[in-house]
Structures are given as structure tokens and as C-alpha cells.
Design a protein around this ligand. Structure first.
Ligand code: TMP
Ligand code: MG
Length: 211
């Protein structure tokens, strides 16, 4: 039983390159968990619904230009503006399946050449994830997917640098899943990882991200 009625919810993050299949897998995982009677919500960053999120969205669509550090801080602010709600959901027993988090923040900005420590600093104090699932897909494979190239960072050379930075961010909370496997196989692996995580962290206190 993946239910989390007694303890807190889990913070489960999906990370990966653009068009690695995160969003589809988040949706599949969410409906599975709900079907198991688990209280869960799907979130994503950037959250384009806030006013900060709208600035980010315009930047990604190349409708506005922003300094590299400015946009980095906006992405971080977009997570900070959701921190209180995130905490209350988790403490109230709701598991959050989140499409991108601080690792995207660091990997994408560092791929532009910004200092990694500088990139990490603004996210210190956000809630630390219980599990980070990295969907591993070759940049060339992701580029074959329909819709690729529509937003600012969707270029193979850039995504290769992002992948290198993701690699250097891996820690003990990370699980790498081969995103080039059939969708159902990936889905099965995610179900197992998430279910284990939800069970394990019910009695664990929430902690803050320290990197
Ligand atoms: P999305 O396609 O998942 O909505 O993400 C939009 C783009 O924003 C994607 O190329 C990754 C990038 N990104 C950052 O550069 N920094 C961040 O902090 C986040 C959350 C996303
Ligand atoms: Mg995208």
C-alpha cells in the first residue's frame, strides 16, 4: 500500500534534459499513485502560473531578454514562492511528484558558464527532496522528439553541457533511470522507486536543501 495516511508525504523530483519524457512519466506516476489510494499531487517548475513564472515563460519563448544571473534568480524565486505551500502539503500527508527542481536550476545556468557555487546558493533552504529520479536520455535522442527546439534551451550542444552538470550533481538521493527504454518499462521502475520512497519517508522529518 503506497498510502501515506499516517505520516508525511514524500517529495519526489523528476529531472532530465528537455524532451526526456519527464512530464509524461510524472502524469503516469501520479495517476498510478492516486489509483493506489495515495494522496499525491503533480507539480512542476517553472510554475508558469505565478507572475514570476510568466516572466520566466516569456524568457523561454524568446519574447524577452534577461541577464543570465537575473533569470537564474527568477527560477529560484519561483521555487521559493511555493516553499510554504510545499511544506504544508508534505506535512499534511500529500506526496508531491515534481517535474524539475533546483537541479535544473543549477545544471542549466551552469551550462551557460555561471559559477556552480553561485548557482546553488539561492536554493539553500528550500525543502530537500526525498528522491530525485533522473531520466537519462541522450541529447540526440531527445532532439528527435516532436516539438523539440520550441524553447530557448532546446539545442543539442547546450543540452550536452546541461547533461554534464546534472552528472556532477548526483548524490545519494538520486536514482538514474534509462529513459530510452520503452515507456512502460520506465513507468514500472518509477512506480517501484516512488512507492519505496513514500513508505520510507513517512516518519522522517523534512529537511532543507544544503547541497
Ligand atoms: P519545462 O520545459 O520543464 O517547463 O522547463 C523549461 C525550461 O527551463 C527547461 O529548458 C529547463 C529550464 N529551467 C532552468 O533553466 N532553470 C530552472 O530552475 C528550471 C526549473 C528550469
Ligand atoms: Mg520544455
Amino acid at each position: 500500500d503506497a498510502g501515506s495516511k499516517s505520516g508525511r508525504g514524500a517529495l519526489v523530483i523528476l529531472e532530465g534534459l528537455d524532451w526526456s519524457g519527464k512530464s509524461s512519466q510524472c502524469a503516469r506516476l501520479l495517476s498510478y499513485l492516486e489509483g493506489q489510494g495515495c494522496r499525491a499531487e503533480g507539480w512542476r517548475f517553472p510554475d508558469r502560473g505565478t507572475s514570476v513564472g510568466q516572466m520566466i515563460s516569456a524568457y523561454l519563448a524568446n519574447e524577452s531578454q534577461l541577464d543570465d544571473r537575473t533569470i537564474h534568480l527568477l527560477f529560484s524565486a519561483n521555487r521559493w514562492e511555493k516553499r510554504a505551500l510545499m511544506e504544508s502539503k508534505l506535512l499534511g500527508g500529500t506526496t508531491l511528484i515534481v517535474d524539475r527542481y533546483s537541479y535544473s536550476g543549477v545544471a542549466f545556468s551552469a551550462a551557460k558558464g555561471l559559477d556552480i557555487q553561485w548557482c546553488k546558493a539561492p536554493d539553500v533552504g528550500l525543502i530537500a527532496p526525498d528522491l530525485v529520479i533522473y531520466l537519462d536520455v541522450q541529447p540526440e535522442k531527445a532532439a528527435e522528439r516532436g516539438g523539440y527546439g520550441g524553447e530557448r534551451y532546446e539545442k543539442i550542444e547546450f543540452q550536452k553541457r546541461v547533461a554534464d552538470h546534472y552528472h556532477s550533481l548526483r548524490d545519494s538521493t538520486w536514482k538514474v533511470v534509462d529513459g530510452s527504454l520503452p515507456m512502460e518499462t520506465v513507468e514500472e521502475q518509477l512506480r517501484e522507486l516512488a512507492t519505496n520512497c513514500i513508505q520510507k519517508c513517512q516518519e522522517k522529518p523534512l529537511t532543507n536543501l544544503t547541497w
